[in-house]
Design a protein around this ligand. Structure first.
Ligand code: 13P
Length: 264
């Protein structure tokens, strides 16, 4: 077999789990960036990957992106939601509003929300439940800081966050867990594959213990400096069911390079 014909590293699509590659644009993206989303939409329609593909734009672009995504394969998510459906909460967006704007999912508990807005696991659990109430998939983020990893506390921290932030009603269809080591976000650093396997394995165990078969099928994404260059090896780690991508989701070419781990 020639080098060129060597099959790609196997990515996990086992156990009936359909992977998810979600792009978190964070506080980036003016209307001028819509062309990137259009390029992603067109590419995945022309060559459908064996994974769901989602973009989580800033709230301002949700409705226009929903129009762009209509009838195609591109899914839309929000980046945060309030736990209430409506009310006097200046500057906040509810899960119902995101759903109304065309989103099917929302990220909750991103470490930047935990840091910038002081969100704790109890707040995040309420937001995840709000997502479920509105019919959205909750993408619940967990992950340790550099200090916690250095102190050997990674598994403890992640277990505590999971227990606190994932609500009791979570199912495989309604909930996704994203493991994002805080120190790997936007730094170009990633854990070793063995470390990713260890944490994802522990998350799977905890989810299965708490939710049974639902927990066995719940998607567990890895996030933190995922790039086209490292996506394939990261996505091949056991219990890695996709990626939550920040910086590399802003450019269609980079994002598609990551999606290519799933054959798109
Ligand atoms: P980067 O991919 O830019 O490291 O960000 C990861 C992230 O925080 C996604 O939510």
């Amino acid at each position: 077999m020639t080098e060129a014909k060597k099959p790609a590293a196997t990515v996990n699509a086992g156990a009936g789990i359909r992977p998810l590659v979600a792009g978190n644009w964070k506080m980036n993206g003016l209307q001028a960036a819509l062309g990137e989303a259009i390029a992603v939409r067109d590419a995945i329609l022309a060559s459908p990957p064996k994974a769901d593909v989602m973009l989580c734009p800033p709230a301002t672009l949700t409705m226009v992106l929903a129009e762009i995504a209509k009838g195609g394969l591109l899914q839309l998510g929000g980046q945060d939601c309030h736990s209430n459906a409506s009310g006097a909460h200046t500057g906040d967006v509810s899960a119902e509003m995101l759903r109304d704007a065309g989103a099917t999912a929302v990220i909750v508990g991103h470490s930047e929300r935990r840091t910038d807005h002081g969100e704790c696991d109890r707040d995040i659990r309420a937001k995840a439940s709000a997502a479920h109430r509105a019919g959205l998939v909750a993408i619940v983020c967990v992950g340790e800081t550099a200090g916690e990893r250095a102190a050997g506390l990674t598994l403890q921290v992640v277990a505590r966050q999971l227990a606190g932030a994932v609500p009791d009603e979570a199912t495989a269809a309604s909930t996704v867990v994203a493991y994002e080591p805080v120190w790997a976000i936007g730094t170009g650093l990633t854990p070793t594959l063995a470390d990713v396997a260890e944490v994802h394995g522990a998350i799977r165990k905890a989810l299965a213990a708490r939710f049974g078969g639902e927990g066995e099928r719940m998607r567990i994404l890895y996030g933190g400096s995922v790039k086209p260059q490292n996506a394939r090896e990261l996505m091949a780690v056991p219990n890695v069911d996709g990626a939550l991508v920040g910086g590399a989701s802003l450019k269609a070419s980079d994002f598609l390079g990551i999606i290519a781990a799933y054959g798109g």
